[in-house]
Design a protein around this ligand. Structure first.
Ligand code: F6P
Length: 532
């Protein structure tokens, strides 16, 4: 199937797809899920390409794998685990069995405990030594940080709880700056770590504990923990009524729907958090039931596969024309690159095709004044994924929102249409002539024919945010299933962690660098002379 797709791509690679985009194509090359619309008409995918791409889904038995995931099978084969973040948003769904046990009662009980604790904090029934909690610091990294940090920012218009801060980096600059903004007597520290062993998180948690101890008689009482490791949270000194547990079938980068989302719940309240879960659940239902050609996560994944594995475009820009989603690209970097950045297939063989793409991006319109130059005129093609809301939350400034939307649509139009040499020449013909006219015009030519997709939605509500995040999660699932990789482990992060543990005594001067390569030893020596 890959060969067929590549062969077909060769036959259409040079055509100008811009010429194909009429109203009929716009209707046929778009999908709808709830009130969100995903448009991929501005790509070179036609009926034949789409049929061949959909054949990939059948060849990889994506439907069977999808059903196995929702049913609690251990599809994370290298760790022998189920993949059931969907159970965390299965609010009124039926039982979900793992090893014959229904996990839903425990999921719903934890959700209810989170709701009670969040409302106690928000309403002042749970206080710090100095009174009502004014600040919540979430200490976590990777999936224990990026999801809630992204979502708290995304749902800022709904934020009516305590201020939320996110500390992730072991760089003391991160925690130092955060602690200086908070009063320890009115601060709640949430230590978010699935394993409760991650060195950055545990180091920051101990720093926060020491900071609180200076002013608070019982600092442990102002700590909560989100983890799968009860023994370790107890050893840290956090009472079990402030420990919110989850199971190993929730992957770190898929965990914001459960306890790892506690800071989000503190910010926006339990009702809005539930609406977020319901949005995710709605996308689950769509993913499970829609035919492939109507299936938004499947089509989003196939467009990505077409661009990366077939066309050879190795990066993907995520460009939210929604400032509230400014952390979405960072969140997606982990979700997509930690999940599908693998060169080994499930059976241990080398991957026969390229792994997932490099994901990057910034909110529009900021990116327009920074890196869009390269997207429009650079030598590499970068597929762009635009996101845009019909309405923002600043009702008095709706005209500004309209300008934002115009910019978003203009960019995808410009990428597709480009500007030809005669058009560019006409633009400057009044200023130049002869050879100079051609030279000046050539700098103003846009090749065009550059693909993009647009995800449009009415407004970034908690429900819509849930739909968007679940959409991207399922896209990653489909892509991983087609590529034949395990999207749910992350062995590629281990080697660096081990070497950092080895290097720490060297940096501290307790061991010498003789076992290290020349470059590393020289850098250690330089940094030591400079005061490390
Ligand atoms: O090192 C990578 C990773 O394991 C991520 O997958 C995870 O989200 C992050 O570290 C944090 O892990 P934990 O929640 O266990 O602290």
């Amino acid at each position: 199937m890959w060969d067929k797709l590549r062969a077909y791509h060769k036959t259409v690679a040079d055509r100008r797809f811009a010429d194909m985009v009429d109203a009929e194509r716009a209707a046929a090359f778009a999908t709808q899920a709830g009130d969100m619309r995903f448009d991929y008409a501005k790509t070179n995918i036609d009926d034949t390409a789409r049929d061949l791409l959909i054949d990939l889904l059948d060849q990889a038995d994506v439907a069977g794998k999808r059903d196995a995931m929702f049913a609690g099978a251990a599809i994370n084969e290298t760790e022998g685990r189920a993949v059931l973040h969907t159970a965390l948003r299965n609010l009124d769904g039926g039982p979900v069995l793992v090893d014959g046990q229904d996990v839903m009662p425990a999921v719903l009980e934890t959700l209810a405990r989170m709701g009670k604790f969040a409302s106690d904090v928000r309403d002042g029934r749970y206080t710090g030594q100095g009174g009502q909690i004014t600040d919540v610091i979430n200490i976590g990294i990777g999936g224990s940080d990026l999801g809630p940090a992204m979502a708290v920012k995304a749902l800022a218009p709904y934020h009516d709880g305590p201020r939320c801060h996110f500390v992730s980096n072991v760089d003391p600059a991160d925690i130092g700056a955060t602690l200086r903004q908070c009063d320890p007597t009115t601060t709640l520290v949430i230590v978010a770590s699935k394993t409760f062993t991650t060195i950055e998180t545990m180091t920051n948690a101990r720093t926060a504990l020491a900071w609180m101890r200076e002013k608070v008689t019982d600092p442990g009482a102002q700590f909560a923990a989100l983890s799968t490791a009860d023994d370790k949270t107890a050893a840290f000194g956090i009472a079990s009524d402030r420990v919110f547990g989850f199971e190993d079938w929730v992957g770190g980068r898929y965990s914001m729907w459960g306890p790892i989302g506690l800071s989000l719940m503190m910010a926006v309240g339990a009702d809005a958090f539930h609406a977020f879960l319901r949005g995710g659940q709605a996308m689950d239902l769509h993913f499970k039931s829609a035919a492939w050609v109507e299936n938004m996560p499947a089509m989003l994944a196939l467009v990505g596969i077409w661009h990366n594995q077939i066309c050879g475009y190795s990066t993907r820009a995520v460009l939210p024309y929604d400032n509230l989603l400014s952390r979405l690209p960072a969140y997606l970097q982990q979700l997509e690159m930690e999940s599908n950045g693998k060169g080994v297939s499930m059976d241990g063989a080398d991957l026969a095709v390229d792994s997932g793409p490099v994901v990057w991006g910034e909110p529009g319109t900021n990116g327009q004044h920074a890196f869009y130059q390269l997207i429009h005129q650079g030598t590499r093609v970068i597929p762009c994924e635009f996101l845009v809301a019909a309405r923002g939350h600043e009702d008095d400034l709706h005209h500004q929102h309209q300008l934002l939307v115009a910019n978003c649509l203009a960019q995808s139009e410009a990428l597709m249409r480009g500007r030809s040499l005669p058009e560019a020449t006409a633009k400057v013909a009044d200023r130049f002539s002869g050879d100079e006219l051609e030279r000046q015009a050539r700098h103003r030519v846009f090749a065009g024919n550059r693909p993009s997709t647009t995800l449009a939605y009415p407004q970034l509500t908690p429900f819509v945010l849930g739909q968007i995040i679940a959409l991207y999660e399922h896209r990653v699932f489909v892509e991983g299933a087609v590529l034949g990789i395990n999207s749910y482990d992350q062995w590629g992060v281990e080697l660096g962690k081990e070497l950092a543990t080895d290097l720490q005594p060297v940096i501290e001067g307790r061991a010498d660098a003789t076992s290290k390569d020349g470059s590393t030893a020289a850098l250690v020596s330089f940094l030591q002379k400079a005061g490390v």
